[in-house]
Design a protein around this ligand. Structure first.
Ligand code: ATP
Ligand code: MG
Length: 156
């Protein structure tokens, strides 16, 4: 399936917004109409989970940024939050099935599958996914998803 990333992301953000409470979701989309060849239902599942994580693991009143742009032949989707962040040792492990970061305070219920599914989906599509917590004191999380852009020769 060929998906227009901007339109698809806009629809996803509208659906997630009610759960964001007083967190602001700020979208920065490139003007280009970026197209990717992926399964629409899986794309939706993955992006909803990443946005839900940004909501769940951050405080009310903070901002979540969604950046969609292009880097060479890839569409780059970044979801950034101002939450507690992921400790350096856990940045790779959060993509493992059932892995959840141990927190001093009890964290909301979850199965630890969301990011493992996201990694499986992204890599199957020929892309890459990564996590970083670049803020002061390791706060804030950025999930970066890179998906190959659909080319003229790709099947529609
Ligand atoms: P679910 O399967 O319901 O999504 P989950 O949210 O715990 O459960 P993942 O989405 O795979 O599972 O995330 C794995 C773990 O990574 C989380 O338990 C959490 O500890 C950590 N994590 C994920 N996203 C963030 C984020 N934006 N900020 C801080 N920690 C995060
Ligand atoms: Mg999750």
């Amino acid at each position: 399936q060929t998906l227009g990333v901007a339109d698809t992301m806009s629809a996803i953000v509208q659906r997630v917004r009610p759960r964001a409470s007083h967190r602001r979701i700020v979208r920065r989309m490139s003007d280009e109409d970026l197209l990717v060849n992926v399964d629409a239902a899986l794309f939706d599942l993955v992006l909803v989970n990443v946005l839900d994580n940004a909501i769940i693991y951050s405080d009310d009143g903070t901002s979540i940024h969604l950046d969609v742009g292009r880097d060479g032949d890839f569409c780059v989707i970044c979801v950034s939050d101002e939450g507690q962040g992921i400790p350096p040792d856990d940045l790779e492990r959060v993509f493992t099935r059932f892995y959840r970061v141990a927190r001093p305070r009890p964290s909301p219920r979850g199965s630890g599958l969301g990011l493992a599914i996201a990694k499986g989906f992204t890599e199957a599509a020929g892309g890459r996914i990564g996590a970083a917590s670049p803020g002061p004191g390791g706060r804030g999380t950025v999930i970066t998803i890179m998906l190959p852009l659909a080319t003229e020769s790709s099947p529609a």
